[in-house]
Design a protein around this ligand. Structure first.
Ligand code: CS2
Ligand code: MG
Length: 412
């Protein structure tokens, strides 16, 4: 079962994706998602220059040992680039193992713990009427849970509003669901936390009045608030019973959530930009949040994220795996297999890829009655159409950045 080929495939159907493809001497192939939005080429180099040459001749069946080799032998460890590269290797090896065993990966992880995976979609609007239309559209698409993001009066372009990206020259229509923008420079957006804090409770009051108390509502603070501002927002949103408030404050400061937790019972989700269990360890131990936002693609793969989620399970913390369009169909499939198998599954983000992406990546997952299922094809259940992929060369694209009214750069 030795690896004889390691290929890095870069394609940009609806957005840039980086995929690692491994082939064994028996002809088994495995895919891994290595996409790091806005820094894709850094991972391409890490894989091509430092990982692929070391993979040739390695036994593909030794998943844990390969993970430990690439994590420890590099000496320089952790970080988004390294861990996305290791994640791609790990996913590809699980894909191969499933194909060799003739089983979907979730069976190798212990089998299904539920019928399907509750998913949430991204409802958004520049104003409340547009937001209501977007929520209705997501309900018609079958979503049983929605993330709510709106514009803020007085701010021109802010994160998470699908329609705005067209207005701000966000590139092709598909980019209205993708925070990155194609181009040689990041797009500047604006921000003002006090305006946002004043506005958001009104938005959720309107949504609850319109759609009722049952539908799970999520909101992404996207790292922009200080801890006390996050505490204020969490407290002010309590009457609207959110499923979660996400990334309410930058989490490098691992003390910050202690202050938030003291002031609010609004459930917290954190960690989509974390890349190892160490980033989560103390936050889990101190029970400072409720949902692990880590993605298989950013957290070093299935092997590493499962260990983190198993530790989180001891504190009744659940999964809330990151699933925007910059997680490729391979990364999404890996998340679905892991989410189906673990006991402490919470919810799965599902932004739905574009048509061109779905032609490049042939997938076997199902989406029915608001639930996702990875399917039962051996391995991860995704194949890469290399000819289709070749039609869409890489295009430079960056995530936006924020400046405050006085010009200060602010977390985006
Ligand atoms: C967001 C993402 O989906 C989310 O929760 O935080 O859209 C995030 O902005 C992008 O994944 C960044 O690449
Ligand atoms: Mg987020």
């Amino acid at each position: 079962m030795n690896i004889v080929k390691a290929e890095v495939v870069v394609t940009s159907p609806d957005r840039n994706f980086v995929t690692l493809k491994l082939t064994t001497e028996e002809g088994f192939t495995g895919l891994g998602d290595a996409t790091l939005n806005g820094r894709e080429l850094a991972v391409v180099s890490y894989l091509q220059d430092h990982v692929a040459p070391l993979l040739i001749g390695k036994d593909a069946s030794r998943i844990e040992d390969t993970w430990q080799f690439f994590y420890r032998s590099a000496y320089w460890r952790r970080g988004p680039v390294t861990m996305a590269a290791i994640a791609a290797v790990d996913m590809a090896l699980w894909d191969i193992k499933g194909k060799a065993a003739g089983m979907p990966v979730y069976q190798l992880l212990g089998g299904a713990s539920r019928q399907g995976l509750l998913a949430y979609g991204h409802a958004s609007g520049s104003d409340i009427p547009e937001l209501f239309d977007s929520i209705r559209k997501h309900l018609e698409l079958g979503f049983r849970a929605v993330r709510v993001q709106t514009g803020v009066p007085g701010l021109n372009a802010i994160y998470g509003i699908a329609s705005q990206s067209k207005e701000t020259g966000g590139g092709e229509a598909r980019y209205d669901h993708e925070p990155a923008r194609r181009g040689a420079q990041p797009v500047q957006e604006d921000w003002d936390t006090r305006s946002y804090l004043r506005h958001l409770p009104r938005v959720f009051e309107a949504v609850r009045n319109e759609f009722g108390p049952e539908i799970p509502l999520l909101h992404d603070g996207h790292h922009r608030m200080t801890p006390i501002q996050a505490a204020q927002l969490g407290k002010n949103l309590e009457p609207y019973d959110l499923f979660w408030l996400e990334d309410c404050t930058p989490a490098e400061n691992q003390e910050s959530l202690k202050l938030v937790r003291q002031h609010t019972t609004t459930p917290l989700a954190i960690g989509e930009i974390f890349n190892t269990a160490w980033d989560f360890k103390d936050l889990i131990r101190d029970q400072l949040f409720d949902y692990v936002r880590g993605a298989v693609t950013h957290m070093g793969g299935i092997t590493a994220l499962k260990k983190t989620l198993d530790y989180a399970a001891m504190y009744q913390i659940k999964s809330g795996m990151h699933g925007p369009t910059d997680i490729s169909p391979v990364g999404m499939a890996a998340a679905m297999h892991l989410g189906l198998a673990i006991h402490n599954f919470g919810i799965q983000e599902y932004m739905q890829h574009g048509d061109r992406t779905n032609q490049v990546f042939e997938q076997s997952f199902t989406w029915q009655d608001g639930l996702l299922h990875p399917g039962d094809k051996p391995g991860l259940g995704v194949s890469l159409n290399i000819d289709e992929a070749g039609k869409y060369p890489y295009q430079q694209a960056y995530l936006p950045f924020n400046r405050l009214a006085d010009g200060t750069v602010h977390d985006w």
